[in-house]
Design a protein around this ligand. Sequence first.
Ligand code: PXP
Length: 251
Amino acid sequence: MTRTLRLGINIDHVATIRNARGGGLPDPVRAAKLAEDAGADGITAHLREDRRHISDEDIVGLMEQLAVPLNLEMAATDEMLGIALRHKPHAACIVPEKRQERTTEGGLDAAGGKDHLAPFVKALGEAGIRVSLFIEPEPAQLEAALELGAPVIELHTGRYCDSQGSERDHQFKRLTSAARLAENLGLECHAGHGLTFDSVGPIAAIPSVRELNIGHFLIGEAIFGGLDSAIKRMRALMDKARAEADNERSA
Ligand code: PXP
């Protein structure tokens, strides 16, 4: 079956739990293999400058053992570029990174940081790595991604997930129009951050979104019902929302 909407599973927080005690358990590579078996189309891992979750050894293990593509999330730094060029993952998603933040709080300022980002996008692209920029759903950011030559953008869904009522409607509209613009500009559109069983449906129904990257919620759900079942449920909710939206459009 050709899937029009891929699911990337972010395994960072398996490493967060491991690192809370030191040692090797739970093993993020084992979680990634399990995610693969449960229907993940790809695995995402963010190697942070401070190595607070994923480690360099995890990247080695993922590259050696995964059958599905690895999407390496990375800051635009020389250190991370060197690591990406050494391992050559299928994809690299450039994210903003601040030491003090708990998670990636906002999108990359591709528009304001074009000069800094250009050599990273170029070097990764020349190495055959599919580059994506994690951005807010703003036209100026998408246009900057196009100018930079990044083939993929990932829309930050955090504000949508964190809001309610009319603010959520507003954030959803920003996402749908950014996804439409991405398609018009010829950029492949991914989305992620903060997605749950409750919030995934509307995002999965946006026709130009090709991939969702989901982590924290699923690792948390795994505590209650297992990772396999959490991923399968997410996959089913995504597929249902996408199929219903496709049917409505063709009716
Ligand atoms: N996409 C990107 C670029 C991210 O940085 C993250 C969080 O690390 C995610 C998706 C997944 O977000 P969450 O863990 O909230 O599902």
